[in-house]
Design a protein around this ligand. Structure first.
Ligand SMILES: [Zn+2]
Length: 335
C-alpha cells in the first residue's frame, strides 16, 4: 500500500513537471515570434501595418501562400546629389503662362512619319498633318501603343495627330497670327512662345469623331497620358477649347490625376506637400507599387534628394517640375 502510494506521488510530480516544461516552451516560442521580423528579416510582422495600407482586394500577381495583405517594411533612404539643370527635364515638367519653357529638346525628338514607316505599319494607322511632326521617343511609343489598342477596340482609322512638338519661335508666330482676330474673352487664354506644352515634346493634339475621342479620354491613363485641359479647370490651366490635347506624365501619375480629377497644376501642388517620409501612394490596380513625393531645389548647382537605398528593393525616377521642385517616383514591380 505504502509503496503504491509513493509510486502515485511520483507520477503526479512527473506530470506536473511535463506541464511546466511544456508551458515554458510555449512561452519561449511566443516570445521569439514577437521579437523577430523587425530588424533585418523579411518575415511578416503584423505589428508594422499602418492604417494607410492599400487594399488587398484583387490579389493580382500575388503568389499563393503569401498573406493577402503584404507587410509594410520601412524603406531605407539615402541622399543623392542631382544636377539642378535637370529641373526642366522629365515627364512632370509644368509649362503654362506662369511657367515658361526655354529648354532646347530637339536632340531628344523622334519624327513620327519616319518612325512609323520603319515600324512597317502604313495602313490602319493614324493620320499626320505633315511629315515633320515629332515627339519625344517614349511619348511616341506610348501613343502608338494606345493607338493599337484603340484600333483593336473600335476599328476606326479616322484619327489624325494634328499638333505635336512646336518650338518656341513657331509658337510665338502662331500666337501673333491669331491674337488680333481672337475674341476678347479668348485672348488671355492664348499661349505665347514659351508658354505652350507643345514645346516639351510630351504633348499632342488629336482630331477624331466624338466616340473615338471619348475612348482616348477614358483609356489614355493606361499609356501614361492625361487629357490635360478638362472643362471647368480653365481658371487653373489658363487653356480653353483644347479638349483634344493629351499630355504624357507616366501611368501612375496619370491614373491618380484622373481618379482625383486633378490637373497638373493641382497635382504638383499636392506633391510639393509630400516628402520621402510622407509619400503619396499611387495605386495602379495591380501588385506593382508606386509612391511619390517632391523635394524643393536648393540654391546652387545641385540638390540633395532622398531616394531608396540600392539594396532596398525599390527603384526610382526623378523628374524636374520646371517650377523649382524635383518629383521622385519610387516603384517596385512584381515580375
Ligand atoms: Zn495642344
Amino acid at each position: 500500500m505504502h509503496n503504491k502510494n509513493k509510486m502515485y506521488e511520483f507520477e503526479k510530480i512527473a506530470i506536473i513537471a511535463v506541464i511546466v516544461m511544456f508551458a515554458l516552451i510555449i512561452g519561449l516560442v511566443l516570445f521569439a515570434t514577437k521579437d523577430s521580423g523587425r530588424p533585418s528579416t523579411d518575415a511578416p510582422s503584423v505589428g508594422q501595418l499602418d492604417g494607410s495600407e492599400e487594399g488587398s482586394g484583387d490579389g493580382n500577381g500575388l503568389l499563393s501562400g503569401v498573406p493577402s495583405v503584404a507587410p509594410e517594411k520601412e524603406i531605407e533612404f539615402v541622399s543623392v546629389d542631382v544636377d539642378n539643370t535637370k529641373l526642366n527635364d522629365g515627364a512632370l515638367i509644368l509649362v503654362n503662362q506662369d511657367h515658361k519653357y526655354t529648354a532646347d529638346i530637339s536632340s531628344s525628338l523622334e519624327n513620327l512619319y519616319s518612325y512609323n514607316q520603319k515600324e512597317g505599319n502604313t495602313t490602319d494607322w493614324y493620320g499626320l498633318v505633315n511629315v515633320k511632326q515629332s515627339l519625344k521617343k517614349e511619348v511616341l511609343d506610348a501613343l502608338n501603343d494606345m493607338y493599337r489598342d484603340f484600333y483593336a477596340a473600335l476599328e476606326s482609322t479616322d484619327v489624325t495627330i494634328t499638333k505635336t512638338f512646336v518650338d518656341s519661335e513657331t509658337q510665338q508666330q502662331e500666337y501673333e497670327s491669331i491674337y488680333e482676330s481672337a475674341d476678347v474673352g479668348k485672348k488671355p487664354y492664348l499661349q505665347a512662345g514659351g508658354c505652350s506644352e507643345h514645346q516639351t515634346g510630351l504633348a499632342f493634339n488629336l482630331r477624331a469623331p466624338d466616340a473615338s475621342l471619348s475612348w482616348f479620354k477614358d483609356n489614355c491613363w493606361k499609356y501614361g497620358f492625361v487629357a490635360r485641359y478638362p472643362e471647368g479647370k480653365e481658371t487653373v490651366t489658363y487653356v480653353k477649347d483644347e479638349p483634344n490635347h493629351f499630355r504624357y506624365v507616366g501611368v501612375p501619375h496619370a491614373l491618380y490625376m484622373k481618379l482625383n480629377k486633378l490637373v497638373m497644376e493641382e497635382y504638383l501642388g499636392l506633391l510639393e506637400t509630400k516628402t520621402s517620409t510622407s509619400r503619396l501612394k499611387l495605386d495602379v490596380g495591380t501588385a506593382d507599387k508606386y509612391e511619390t513625393y517632391a523635394c524643393k531645389a536648393e540654391n546652387g548647382a545641385t540638390t540633395k534628394i532622398m531616394v531608396p537605398a540600392e539594396n532596398s528593393g525599390w527603384s526610382y525616377m526623378i523628374s524636374g517640375t520646371n517650377n523649382g521642385y524635383f518629383v521622385v517616383t519610387i516603384y517596385q514591380l512584381q515580375g
